[in-house]
Ligand binder design. Structure first.
Ligand code: GCU
Length: 135
């Protein structure tokens, strides 16, 4: 199955803003999470069939402090680390495997610390064409 890209700037954002001041993002920008616990970006991810799936979040964290987030798939959350990437213009990918339902799934990435989340560029369903390269 071809990878499908969901840009963060097109997702549902709670306590965050779409910005484009740090180069290297795909689409038209990225989401800058407010620096607060509970800020989130929620994607509506369509799956043709139920079953295992790979989700890849592309992010930048220009600080040296981890910005963990819960990744809730249809309400079931796991926690992931989003450590510093070296610069706000240095984007890296975090991949997780999950199980999706056929049809629309919600994938919500929520900051768990007062620093908020990292800057979030996109979510890719399926295998990206190459790590770190916009698809
Ligand atoms: C800086 C940076 C933002 C980032 C923010 C943060 O202001 O320019 O893109 O989101 O730090 O610490 O979250």
């Amino acid at each position: 199955q071809a990878a499908t890209t969901y840009e963060a700037e097109n997702a549902t954002v709670s306590q965050g803003v779409v910005e484009s001041n740090h180069a290297g993002y795909s689409g038209t920008g990225f989401v800058n999470y407010d620096n607060t616990t509970g800020s989130y970006v929620e994607f509506a991810v369509d799956a043709a069939t139920a079953g295992p799936a790979t989700l890849t979040l592309r992010y930048a964290n220009g600080t040296t402090v981890n910005r963990p987030m819960t990744i809730a798939v249809n309400g079931t959350a796991t926690t992931r680390d989003f450590p510093g990437t070296g610069a706000w213009t240095t984007w890296q990918e975090a991949t997780l495997t999950t199980t999706l339902n056929a049809g629309t799934n919600t994938v919500r990435a929520t900051a768990t610390t007062a620093n908020g989340g990292p800057n979030l560029d996109r979510l890719v369903l399926g295998t990206p064409s190459s790590a770190g390269t916009p698809v």
